[in-house]
Design a protein around this ligand. Structure first.
Ligand code: PLP
Length: 356
């Protein structure tokens, strides 16, 4: 069998959720959209089923996966419903859609159904992606409240720059405007993503929505003492499947990007961009081989990548490789590859997931 797999540490996920919950004023929704950021939504939701106040996903299809797996907690649809059929499923499965647009209000008015429905109202407080502008909010709320079977307990907004830390005026303005509007409309607030959970404590966010921190990555742009308490959940592992002894001056891989400066042992790892390793990772990106940090050497191929084994002289065919995980933070690989841990995690493709 190809020796490449991704192992998922569900105890670490539970630990990270417990930290998020401890830092949240009240309820913490575990964000498990995009297949729990590549970690497997059903397994993650089941692991959190005894702890989590609820879950957040992006669409009905993701919510149905959880309901079919027996998840009974509230499930918030962060983008709400997309059509009348989705709305029917919200009624049937008691999902909580976020209402962010006029067309959704219209659909709700046309298909009110005969069952109670809990909706969250979305404010665009500055992200300018989805949500009602502040001047539209009161009317949108009134339209929802006009529907006898619809309950609107929560005003939700999303922070665009919480990862930059507290000295950030746009975030303070987003929070301020959401708090004023929620108070005026008598709604509870849901503000905090992971960065805000970690760094903006004491916020009036009754419902937090931690995502990336559950999976053990730092949501902040810079190091943060609380992020240091998170435990990595995903370990991307493989093996050395070939070793090349090369003289100086030899080019390795596509495009000959890496050229040996001296006689060099090149290790070939059985993982590549088709598995989710970033193709644009540059030479020098760390890879852990037999417990030693070595450097990526040459362009990443579809199902293989090459490393300079100079720093791991004992490494040989069969040596274990960690591409990111417990000893090599995904955040570090992401920063080498000019991306974010979110992309690495959700980019995991055909590599088998193994749970512990
Ligand atoms: C509306 C909303 N809330 C919460 C989250 C979770 O954010 P994070 O993973 O940064 O905690 C996301 C993620 O993109 C989101 O779109």
């Amino acid at each position: 069998m190809r020796p490449s797999f991704v192992s998922i540490d569900l105890a670490a996920l539970q630990h990270n959720y417990a930290l998020a919950k401890q830092l949240s004023p009240s309820f913490a929704l575990a964000v498990v959209k995009a297949d729990a950021y590549g970690h497997g939504a059903v397994a993650c939701a089941n692991a959190l089923a005894q702890q989590a106040d609820g879950f957040a996903v992006s669409c009905v299809e993701e919510a149905l996966q959880l309901r079919n797996a027996g998840i009974e907690q509230p499930i918030v649809l962060l983008e709400g419903f997309f059509d009348a059929e989705d709305l029917q499923q919200c009624h049937r499965q008691q999902l909580w859609p976020v209402i962010h647009a006029h067309w959704q209000l219209e659909l709700l008015e046309q298909h009110a159904g005969n069952q109670a429905l809990t909706c969250w109202l979305k404010l665009d407080s500055g992200m300018h992606r989805v949500g009602f502008f502040p001047h539209e909010l009161e009317q949108a709320c009134a339209r929802l409240r006009n529907l006898p079977l619809v309950e609107v307990p929560v005003l939700m907004t999303h922070l665009a720059r919480a990862d930059e830390g507290q000295q950030n005026e746009p975030t303070a303005m987003q929070i301020g405007s959401a708090a004023v509007l929620a108070h005026r409309l008598g709604l509870q607030l849901s503000l905090c993503n992971s960065a805000a959970v970690l760094d903006w404590q004491g916020m009036p966010s009754l419902w937090t929505r931690p995502g990336i921190m559950l999976y053990g990555a730092n949501p902040m742009l810079n190091a943060h003492p609380l992020a240091a308490q998170l435990q990595p959940v995903m370990s991307f592992q493989s093996q050395i499947i070939a070793v090349r002894e090369l003289p100086a001056g030899q080019a390795v891989g596509y495009g000959g990007r890496f050229v040996t400066r001296e006689p060099c042992r090149i290790g070939v790892v059985a993982a590549g961009y088709a598995d989710g390793y970033p193709r644009h990772a540059p030479d020098g990106t760390p890879v852990l081989v037999a417990g030693q940090r070595v450097a990526l050497a040459g362009r990443v191929s579809m199902d293989m990548l090459t490393v300079d084994l100079s720093a791991a002289p004992q490494a040989t065919v069969g040596s274990p490789v960690e591409l990111w995980g417990k000893q090599l933070a995904a955040d570090e690989i992401a920063s080498h590859a000019n991306t974010i841990a979110y992309c690495l995690f959700t980019g995991i493709k055909r590599t088998a997931l193994a749970y512990s």
